[in-house]
Design a protein around this ligand. Structure first.
Ligand code: ASP
Ligand code: MG
Length: 417
């Protein structure tokens, strides 16, 4: 017998029939003797609907009231699931975040979990019940309801699993795992059977949107194995089959020594590149340029500085396209004149493509294989950045799909390993 946390996304909870299917699946685990805590999202579309209602009343609703409102979505789906379980003869009880309690800070709409008291949950589990805990929400020190940010139920589930030292956190969703890259770009993309937390963080932050990034950070920090798997399969498939499906995100040590050198190709379209030309090459220039950007809370991703003619330097950096306008204004009105830049160039038609893999740590020459593959396609690399487990390039966004396909092929990610 083990303690398992299940998390079901909005699509999986999207109708009464689907909730009944979730209940069947949970009942199967319960019947096999496992203790199960289930963390559901709101029914699909519900959170958007609620936030839409708020927008009709005010352009800037009070964040406290927004959380009070949005949290109802998960309360409804949790109660419905407990009823569906009971209807199938499985004793179950649902709890809102504040009842557990899931204690958070007081940052409404993006609260962080501080602690979870599992006393009540344990009592129910020991009494043979399935426990349903609302995703996405918690309570601050003063008793106000808070929410964890969009997609936050993933983090709720991982946090419950961490607090209770569950043996695995199963994230049931409408895809059957994490792929080597987006299958819409490369139809030959394969489901990864296993990858490390670090790789998943790189894949997630670089564009594969299967899990809320914060949940992966949490899982890595508290060492909770997470499995992403489909909720669309027959709920009665044998447990062993279910446990070997999907993608397991786990500790690096658990992976085979011969793990692939490159595990996946990530990409992101929403990049913007800025270049300040002919800036005087003196100490403090990088700080004079990036200081005001940081002060405006704009996150800079890649940075490149190059000597150009006669004591001047060209300075380029990228930011998320959402921040492009603000960055542009800062550079034109403040930074450019202050540092005496010759010219300021913007390019919003760029994207970032990255190869990711823990195997890169022990292998030289991986980056050069990447550069060769891109050059063979005639793709110009504008910027490069590397870390131990990742190499990223900035290229023109019209080449993005071509680059991703070429790299997927070069690193043989379409082949079963
Ligand atoms: N219901 C929330 C949202 O739509 C949380 C979640 O589904 O994870 O963002
Ligand atoms: Mg989600």
């Amino acid at each position: 017998m083990s303690l398992i946390v299940h998390k079901y996304g909005g699509t999986s909870m999207g109708s009464i029939e689907r909730i009944q299917n979730v209940a069947r699946r949970v009942a199967k685990w319960h019947a096999a003797g496992h203790q199960v805590v289930v963390v559901p999202s709101a029914m699909s579309g519900e959170t958007n609907r609620l936030l839409g209602l708020a927008k009709e009343l005010s352009i800037q609703p009070d964040p406290r009231e927004l959380d009070m409102l949005a949290a109802t979505g998960e309360q409804a789906s949790s109660a419905l699931l407990a009823m569906a379980l009971a209807a199938q003869g499985v004793p179950a009880r649902s709890y809102a975040g504040w009842q557990v309690p899931v204690q958070t800070d007081n940052a409404y709409t993006r609260a962080r979990i501080r602690s979870i008291d599992d006393t009540r949950i344990r009592q129910d589990l020991d009494a043979g019940r399935v426990v349903v805990v609302t995703g996405f929400q918690g309570v601050d020190e003063e008793g106000n309801i808070t929410t964890l940010g969009r997609g936050g139920s993933d983090t709720s589930a991982v946090a419950v699993a961490a607090a209770m030292k569950a043996s695995e956190c199963l994230i049931y969703t409408d895809v059957d795992g994490v792929y080597t890259t987006d299958p819409r770009v490369v139809p030959e993309a394969r489901r990864m059977k296993v990858l490390s937390f670090e790789e998943m963080l790189e894949m997630a932050s670089l564009g594969s949107k299967v899990l809320q990034i914060r949940s992966v950070e949490f899982a890595g920090k508290y060492r909770v194995p997470v499995r992403v798997l489909s909720s669309m399969t027959d709920p009665m498939i044998p447990l062993e089959e279910e446990m070997s499906s999907g993608t397991l995100i786990t500790f690096e040590e658990d992976q085979k020594m011969e793990a692939a050198v490159v595990s996946g190709i990530a990409f992101s379209r929403d990049e913007a590149k800025f270049t300040l030309r002919a800036v005087p090459d003196t100490p403090g220039v990088a700080y004079s340029i990036l200081g005001p950007i940081a002060a405006a809370n704009i996150e800079v991703d890649m940075i490149l500085q190059n000597l150009s003619v006669q004591g001047t330097t060209d300075f380029s950096f990228t930011v998320s396209r959402n921040d492009a306008l603000r960055t542009k204004e800062l550079l034109m009105n403040q930074v450019g004149p202050a540092v005496g830049a010759g010219e300021i160039v913007f390019d919003e038609a760029v994207c970032k493509v990255s190869i990711v893999g823990i195997g890169m740590r022990n292998h030289a020459g991986i980056a050069s294989s990447m550069f060769r593959a891109l050059s063979e396609e005639g793709i110009n690399i504008q910027m490069i950045s590397t870390s131990e487990i990742k190499t990223s390039v900035i290229i023109a966004d019209k080449y993005m799909e071509l680059a991703v396909r070429a790299l997927h092929k070069t690193f043989e990610l379409d082949q079963e390993k």
